[in-house]
Design a protein around this ligand. Structure first.
Ligand SMILES: [Zn+2]
Ligand SMILES: [Zn+2]
Length: 189
């Protein structure tokens, strides 16, 4: 990754942020975060990462984008793609691949292998605050997230501005789980 990076939206210098083994570059003004493809394996499921990269490359080869957000690193316009998400780590269409349960829109710089996660989609998620005691349904969603991402999800409360949670939610893309962990409640940190 380049020594410096700028937010595609506000041009502010992105701040390199480490959460456990996951490094990402976060906009100080809350527009989102950038992560390299290789770093993403620390946090996301392999089949979705494969799909993101395959789609981005195919789209890039087809025609370099003429509109979109500038790459935080090289300022080339990024490819905007959207991939389906599911609960398993089996590649799309392979035996054992479950049905897609959501969709994640991302912007990708194929040259730098950088993926930008825009925070705007977060606004589309239910804004309702969960009850102090989570419902059984919310507990089940949370426990599913913990299983997928390991116990270090427990430490996510300490992540700056909840951006790591945002990444989880963008990848898992479960509105129920998202409202249960309620990243927006921590977005003012
Ligand atoms: Zn910004
Ligand atoms: Zn780039």
């Amino acid at each position: 990754m380049a020594p410096s990076a700028n937010c595609p939206t506000c041009r502010a210098a992105l701040q390199l942020t480490n959460h456990d083994t996951f490094d990402s570059w976060v906009c100080p003004n809350g527009h989102g975060l950038a992560a390299t493809l290789s770093e993403l394996y620390e946090r996301a499921q392999e089949d979705e990462i494969h799909a993101v990269w395959a789609l981005a490359k195919a789209s890039w080869v087809d025609h370099e984008p003429t509109e979109g957000k500038p790459c935080p690193m090289c300022q080339r316009l990024m490819v905007s793609i959207s991939v389906g998400t599911d609960a398993d780590e089996v590649d799309e269409g392979q035996p054992g691949d479950g049905p897609d349960t959501g969709e994640v829109p991302v912007d990708v710089c194929v040259v730098d292998q950088v993926i930008w996660f825009d925070v705007a989609e977060l606004e589309l998620l239910p804004a309702d605050l969960p009850d102090p005691q989570p419902t059984a349904e919310q507990e089940a969603a949370l426990s599913a997230i913990r299983q997928q991402f390991g116990s270090d999800y427990e430490d996510a409360d300490e992540s700056p501005a909840g951006f790591t949670d945002l990444l989880y939610n963008r990848v898992v893309h479960s509105p129920k789980a998202a409202s249960a962990v309620n990243p927006r409640a921590r977005a003012d940190a």
